[in-house]
Design a protein around this ligand. Structure first.
Ligand code: ACO
Length: 459
């Protein structure tokens, strides 16, 4: 248990991830949707997409991941003093997801847990994480752990945005002496009022989305956050920051192509700030674009291609290791950035000690922050190798069940009818679910939701 003396190296002690085992291959979806071959797999850069069937939702996924993390790390539920949830999947306009999770803690007699839900598109998880870290670093901290949960089911109406869905929940334990430490002074935010992606129709789970605008907003916010982070670094260190000062870059990942474009954009930023930050071949390739105005640069498809090509060798080393889960599971909204970070841990855990990781969080509407972690080995059981072992990403990905696009579409139709409905019993078909997974059994005439846990003895 954490001590109550002044905390040092506050950050993430442990991470666990849950995504539904049911998934659809993007190649099969291309064929089903009648789009040209390669549009989703190469054009968007996505391999596969997870989705909830009628027995899973953001509450069941978070119950599953919270229970799993506490069990794996042998953390007594009385040791949690703050629980923050980030989500944009609205099930109830008043009752928070956090209150559903209290079932896990009340069993042990712990009702003394601060925190509620944070909502702003895909950014809510970052807000929840900052709240928890701030609490541990504050004078109100009582020596217990914080717990952050990011949980979302990303579903879109039929059309070009549908292949950019996904679903997952991530839990992160927060405390001092962590292996994943915040470099608190290294942070830049950009917040603004735009209608790029929003959910004004409270009768539907689907967002209203201006896809092209959302891409441009994402890239503009990225530029702005990066400029601020560079300025802060220079003030602190007395020398300029460039991509070479961070070992890895991890992005909120609605689809992989946007991550490729984003890193290309950072590379272009470095080139504009000081051409010597990039190699000679890249300098020559980017020179024709040097005098473009900000607006022109967002519109130029030639620049976008040139950036991606110039940055490719650095992307492969510093970004690609953090793309596995988002490419396999899809956009997980609030959980997307942290699943990308989990992918980096999974791929590089034996060589991460001492490394810096720059993270970019984006939520439409819009809110964005770039921030930084420093990684250290940590102390058992909260060390990097143990986190990777217990997350067990490879098995979770391998043990999934591919379903046909027809079944996926049929499931979404059922969910459309169920959204906001009352007085129904689910199929209770948990044959796809692994033992220990929570699932929705019914919603009664008072809209109250009931969950069960799949028996750990059953298969
Ligand atoms: N083979 C290879 N590539 C192809 C093919 C093909 N057969 N067909 C199309 N493509 C490429 C296109 O060239 C394009 O790539 P480019 O941008 O590098 O040029 C890409 O596939 C996408 O195709 P488009 O026709 O440009 O776009 P589409 O109409 O399919 O919409 C979009 C894509 C806008 C991303 C849509 O899926 C969407 O709205 N998604 C939700 C919004 C979103 O995720 N925004 C991101 C930030 S906000 C958030 O996180 C929710």
């Amino acid at each position: 248990m954490a001590s109550s003396s002044h905390p040092n190296n506050v950050g993430i002690l442990a991470i666990d991830i849950y995504f539904p085992p049911t998934c659809v291959q993007q190649g099969a979806l291309e064929e089903h949707d009648g789009v040209s071959k390669g549009k989703y797999t190469i054009g968007l850069g996505q391999d596969c997409m997870a989705f909830c069937t009628d027995v899973e939702d953001v509450i069941s996924m978070s119950l599953t991941v919270v229970t799993s993390l506490l069990e794996k790390y042998n953390v007594d539920s009385k040791q949690i003093g703050r629980l923050e949830v980030g989500s944009e999947t609205v099930i109830d306009k008043s009752k928070s997801i956090k209150t559903f999770l209290m079932q896990v803690f009340e069993e042990s007699g712990n009702a003394d847990i601060e925190g509620v839900d944070s909502t702003n598109a895909c950014y809510g998880g970052t807000a929840a994480l900052f709240n928890c870290v701030n609490w541990v670093e504050s004078s109100s901290w009582d020596g217990r752990y914080g717990l952050v949960v990011c949980t979302d089911s990303a579903v879109y109406a039929e059309g070009p945005a549908r292949p950019t869905g996904g679903a997952a929940a991530i839990a992160m334990l927060i405390g001092p002496d962590a292996p994943i430490v915040f470099e608190s002074k290294l942070r830049g935010s950009h917040m603004s009022h735009v209608y790029d992606f929003y959910k004004p129709n409270l009768a539907s789970e689907y967002p209203v989305v201006d896809g092209m605008l959302s891409q441009t907003c994402y890239l503009m916010a990225l530029d702005s956050c990066y400029r601020l982070l560079c300025e802060k670094f220079e003030k602190l260190e007395g020398r300029p920051f460039s991509i070479s000062d961070s070992d890895y870059f991890v992005f909120h990942s609605p689809y992989n192509k946007l991550v490729q474009k984003s890193f290309g954009r950072l590379y272009f930023n470095d080139f504009q700030r000081n051409p010597s930050f990039v190699d000679e071949v890249s300098r020559n390739a980017l020179a024709p674009f040097a005098s473009l105005s900000g607006d022109e640069s967002y519109r130029s498809r030639d620049l976008e291609k040139a950036n991606q090509q110039a940055a490719k060798h650095v992307y492969d080393a510093k970004v690609q290791p953090g793309t596995l889960i988002p490419k396999q599971v899809g956009n997980m909204y609030t959980a997307s950035l942290y699943s990308a970070f989990a992918s980096l841990l999974h791929n590089k855990h034996d060589s991460l000690v001492g490394k810096r990781v720059v993270m970019f969080s984006y939520g439409s509407g819009l809110t964005a922050t770039m921030f930084s972690f420093r990684l250290q080995e940590g102390q058992q059981p909260f060390n990097l190798s143990n986190i990777v072992k217990l997350m067990n990403v490879s098995d979770k990905l391998k043990q999934r069940i591919e379903v046909t696009p027809e079944k996926f579409v049929e499931t979404l139709k059922i969910m459309e009818q169920r959204y906001g409905a009352k007085d129904f019993v689910t199929s209770m078909d948990c044959s796809y679910l692994h033992p220990g997974t929570f699932y929705l059994t019914k919603v009664d005439s008072m809209y109250r939701r009931f969950y069960s846990k799949k028996d750990t003895m059953s298969r």
